[in-house]
Ligand binder design. Structure first.
Ligand code: SAH
Length: 248
């Protein structure tokens, strides 16, 4: 079980696989007023930066589940590096349908709502692992500016304009699911650059060390086009945020 190889090349050096800086991730943890000992379930936990830094900074315990063996391995190393390996565990596996045995105080899916077939399905999935009164975290894109054409949406790597909502629409949709939005931290254009632009040097370095790899042609093509695509489309049109939800 693995994710498509392009991500494990372009994001091999990322600790945070979404448009958040370390500062924004820490601000989110602080905003949630986490009690030490709070259990967090993180579906699609990537390289584990959220659980590891929050275990260090806020004393939480947690479990992450991710489909990438590379990212899961990095998460375990990070836990050791930060001295929290006794408080967080990382499972390599499919998070679609994953329900934890022990209920969590916080259940999160930050930047992978396809695991539940969209925001509504992912909220429903996370709710199954959540204790009464717990908090759900959803990380999701929204249209910061409405794309004027379907081609612009595709330039943002969205399937269509209808794949995402503008921010007021996204926030309203959580209400319709029966949840209060109780906190929110948004990405900005500079934090998008940290996610996207840091892939470019990773790709360049990978190409220098893997010139003979059959995958090099694809990585070369991406490096040649991604900077312009990012500044033309994603950086202008796409927003992203993490929303904290509590059942009404
Ligand atoms: N939440 C992490 C990672 C977001 S990127 C962070 O913010 O850093 C999306 C992640 O989803 C990747 O780590 C990818 O490996 C993982 N993923 C994709 N499909 C998955 C699935 N079906 N089950 C579990 N993880 C999945």
């Amino acid at each position: 079980m693995d994710i498509p190889r392009i991500f494990t090349v372009t994001e091999s050096d990322h600790r945070i696989h979404n448009p958040f800086t370390p500062e924004k991730l820490a601000a989110l943890g602080a905003a949630l007023r986490l009690e030490p000992g709070t259990r967090i379930l993180d579906l699609a936990s990537g390289s584990g930066e959220m659980l590891c830094t929050w275990a260090r900074d806020y004393g939480i315990t947690g479990t992450g589940v991710d489909l990438s063996p590379l990212f899961t391995g990095k998460a375990r190393l990070r836990a050791q590096e930060l001295g929290v390996a006794d408080r967080v565990e990382f499972i390599h596996g499919d998070a679609a349908g994953y329900v934890s045995r022990e209920k969590a105080g916080v259940a999160a899916c930050v930047g992978a709502t396809w695991i539940g077939g969209g925001v509504a399905g992912t909220v429903e999935l996370l709710a199954k692992s959540l204790r009464d009164g717990g908090i759900i975290l959803i990380g999701e894109p929204y249209w910061r500016r409405m794309p004027p054409t379907e081609d612009v949406a595709k330039g943002c790597l969205a399937g269509s304009i209808s794949e995402f909502l503008p921010l007021p629409g996204l926030v309203a949709s959580f209400g319709r699911l029966g949840y209060d939005v109780v906190e929110m931290i948004l990405a900005d254009q500079d934090s998008w650059d940290r996610y996207e632009a840091s892939k470019w040097l990773t790709m360049r370095r990978w190409l220098e060390s893997n010139a003979g790899d059959e995958f090099a042609k694809e990585v070369r093509a991406q490096l040649a086009t991604e900077p312009e695509r990012h500044v033309t489309y994603t950086r202008e049109y796409l927003g992203w945020g993490v929303f904290a939800l509590m059942r009404r």
